[in-house]
Ligand binder design. Structure first.
Ligand SMILES: Nc1ncnc2c1ncn2[C@@H]1O[C@H](COP(=O)(O)OP(=O)(O)OP(=O)(O)O)[C@@H](O)[C@H]1O
Ligand SMILES: [Mg+2]
Length: 283
């Protein structure tokens, strides 16, 4: 009952707030400061010379065709992949400003468990499919020191409700879940430790349109209510339009255009962005 009321309220708020919504006013310091980020796989280019800042509460979309370097960039931003050159500085609550790729490995791992969340395109990469839904959330809580079984279970139930998964599924294995439910569980497990920064790689990819719409609605609501900062990779401009304040358009490893989402999509300057936008209009 509560869930459906919540969903109805979210849907109403969504209708009343036409996308794109205004981004947050820049805070005193960026959360991420990225400069000259470059990654080669041998002599294959992954991404090249990417520079930008992400402010608290901001949602940055990375769009571009397959192979343009989106996942490579996301991997380097979140410290899971070492760049060939360049820097990612993160303003941590716990550690102060962290030079992500020069920090000791335990610091990176700690950030990934606490202040950051990573939502993978394939839920298999972000969930343990042989561990129950509640267990997936509980493991993340235990990694930050939670020990009390009752508290962990209550938190797991709370987060399942947040992502609209029925409480009766708490002891079920995620492999018995639909693709959309697996994505929602992945999001719940990430949010349970209260991260401030989420990295998401095609979180709605591979889902059918109605499931996608519900997931987007949910994400949009959680992001604004929790004041999260997000870097989201998508090749879907409609997803970018709904969620992102700003966009970076990538092609062959390089950012060819960036700016406020509505500006980029309504008045694209680069011929490649114009092509991307017109291919959607004429699809
Ligand atoms: N492990 C790897 N080894 C060698 N080359 C790689 C590797 N991973 C990615 N690449 C190359 O780097 C480039 C960027 O790939 P990346 O996966 O970042 O693109 P993407 O924009 O995420 O594509 P998609 O939308 O298909 O996920 C591509 O040319 C790809 O072939
Ligand atoms: Mg990718």
């Amino acid at each position: 009952m509560e869930t459906s009321l919540h969903a109805a309220a979210t849907a109403a708020a969504f209708r009343e707030t036409p996308a794109p919504f205004a981004g947050p006013a820049p805070g005193p310091a960026p959360l991420l400061n990225v400069s000259g980020l470059t990654k080669y796989y041998g002599d294959m280019l992954g991404c090249r010379d990417v520079t930008f800042a992400l402010w608290p509460g901001e949602v940055m979309g990375i769009v571009g065709e397959s192979g343009s370097g989106k996942s490579t960039l996301l991997g380097c931003l979140s410290g899971r992949m070492a760049p060939s050159s360049g820097q990612v500085a993160y303003e941590s609550e716990r550690f102060g400003v962290v030079d992500v790729h020069r920090a000791p490995e335990p610091v990176r791992r700690n950030l990934l468990r606490t202040e950051w969340g990573v939502v993978h395109q394939n839920p298999r990469d972000g969930l343990r499919l042989a561990v129950s839904a509640g267990g997936n959330i509980g493991e993340r809580l235990m990694a930050v020191g939670a020990r009390n079984y009752g508290t962990i279970r209550a938190e797991a139930l709370r987060w399942l409700r947040e992502v609209e998964i029925d409480a009766t599924r708490i002891d079920h294995l995620p492999r018995t879940f639909s693709g959309g439910m697996q994505q929602r569980l992945q999001i719940a497990a990430n949010l349970a430790t209260g991260p401030r920064l989420l990295f998401m790689d095609e979180p709605t990819g591979g889902l059918d349109v109605s499931v996608q719409a519900r997931l987007l609605d949910l994400l949009r609501n959680l992001v604004s209510r929790l004041g999260l900062s997000v870097v989201i990779v998508t090749h879907d401009l409609a997803v970018a339009r709904l969620l992102a304040h700003r966009l970076m358009v990538m092609r062959r490893g390089k950012v060819v255009e960036s700016g406020l989402t509505d500006q980029v999509l309504d008045d694209p300057q680069h011929p490649y962005t114009q092509l991307l936008v017109s291919s959607i209009l004429h699809a």
